[in-house]
Design a protein. Sequence first.
Length: 216
Amino acid sequence: MHREIFPQWTPPPRIAGLRDDHIDIWRIDLATTAEPHPAGSGQRPHGNPTRAHAHDAMHAILSRYLECPVAELQFKVQPGGKPYLDAPRRPLEFNLSHSRDVALLAVATGAAVGVDVETYREIDDPLRLAHRVMPAEECADLESLQADERLERFLMLWTRMEARQKAIGRGIFAQPADPALLSSFSFRPGARQWASLSVSPAVTGRELRFLDFSPL
């Protein structure tokens, strides 16, 4: 199941509680200063300030849900490369994506989530990339478009593919996820940005909340 949605971004509630019938998508402005990451936790990525900024914000958000200090969060990585929460042991699913000055974090319970965001950029041969990782019907969709329309459509379809793969914990060149087994949603975080959320297994009746992150 796939739907296009038009989000209304709102400030988060004072206490970031999460019900089983909600999925939260957080938008993180990477051009601003994230909450500082506590020394000694060993979770902060090195060498990429934008990536580190996104992870700082993710840790701050997850600590709100779990009502624990950021320093207590511990993560491990699945064989396919998807991080998961090892401590505290709570049934909280999450996924992070970032592109230039924006990051998105999806958070849910009772279902795995994958999220991907792309910012407009020139790509020499989007059809070549599409044929490597996208289903035949999506490649045909791209081939039917003029060059000036193709790139924007490619970026949307790329986020859809990446979100599906991330939801099931696989890399983009691994066995493709079956779109029929997931719920997928496409949306625009900003004027020059494309994004998708995928949920595994497919779900109905869940409310999507679109929240703008701001440090406490």
